[in-house]
Design a binder for this molecule. Structure first.
Ligand code: IPD
Ligand code: CA
Length: 278
């Protein structure tokens, strides 16, 4: 499958994602046009919708044979996932998040990313996550290693070898499903008491890429969607890390999941903490 993506297509995808990200830097009046989405405190701005429209149209030109699973598509409810999961599907799908970290974007926090994965049968074969505020492009091809291109300089990235006592642990709050808050914050407390410090920065895609780059050592969240993690999952595994659901089962980029991403050095100790019943 990987060989079905040419180097030119990969470069064109990176270019399209970079352009989409740079467009976010010109955003203004963000809070004046917002649409409410299903779930708790879940919004999309006109920038999410317009960035997705322009980006997907360019991606379609690059790989006309590929389908789309994109965050701002109206039909993304439980049934749409189930249909995709049941399809005997060897086709190629772009999994697109036009702005991961929309709440940060609304509040001017300069920590959001554009994320695109090219996926086949539930598993990404190419992925990139771009933070335009720092000009940081994380990307990976299956079997080809993971890289960070920053300010025009590209270098391989790798997870850290920190053990849990020295680890920085990121977590997400599953903000659109607040019934999970007790478990989330209990697990965050446990991790806080076992590692160096915890963080909640507001972009799952960047959280996972930061584990890949050895900035964080662990990331967990009780509920994330394919567009939040598909590209970052490949970047993490190509950087020597691992991500499963919180119960240790494999993740599949055709459906939502809980997430436990980490380096290898602190994985078993962190797994014991995160899987102990509350
Ligand atoms: C959200 C962010 C956030 C995570 C949520 C995601 P969005 O994505 O990644 O960090 O906690 O679970 O849904 O809504 O900003 O694209
Ligand atoms: Ca997202």
């Amino acid at each position: 499958m990987t060989e079905k993506i040419t180097e030119k297509q990969k470069n064109d995808i990176l270019d399209a994602v970079r352009r989409a990200g740079r467009g976010l830097l010109t955003a203004h009046d963000i809070e004046s046009h917002m649409k409410v989405k299903p779930g708790d405190a879940n919004f999309a701005t006109v920038w999410d919708v317009e960035t997705q429209r322009v980006l997907c149209s360019r991606l379609h030109e690059i790989m006309p044979e590929a389908g789309f699973l994109a965050e701002e598509d109206a039909e993304n409810d439980g049934d749409a996932y189930a249909e995709r999961a049941n399809a005997n599907d060897d086709s190629i799908t772009f999994i697109v998040d036009p702005i991961d970290g929309t709440t940060n974007f609304i509040h001017g926090l300069s920590h959001s990313a554009v994320s695109v994965a090219v996926s086949a049968c539930g598993s990404p074969v190419f992925g990139c996550v771009y933070n335009p505020y720092l000009d940081e492009m994380f990307y990976a091809s299956k079997g080809g290693g993971a890289y960070l291109c920053k300010n025009g300089v590209t270098a391989p990235i790798h997870v850290s070898d920190r053990t849990l006592d020295r680890a920085l642990c990121a977590f997400g709050t599953s903000p659109y499903e607040r019934s999970r808050a007790d478990v989330t914050f209990e697990l965050a407390k446990r991790m806080f008491l076992s590692c160096r410090e915890v963080r909640r920065e507001g972009s799952a895609a960047l959280d996972i890429c930061y584990v890949a780059a050895g900035r964080y050592d662990v990331y967990f969240e009780l509920h994330i969607c394919p567009w939040d993690f598909a590209a970052a999952l490949l970047i993490l595994t190509e950087a020597g890390g691992m991500m499963t659901a919180l119960d240790g089962s494999p993740v599949d980029d055709r459906r939502p999941t809980s997430a436990f991403a980490s380096n290898i050095a602190c994985r078993s100790e962190a797994a014991a903490i995160l899987s102990t019943p509350i």
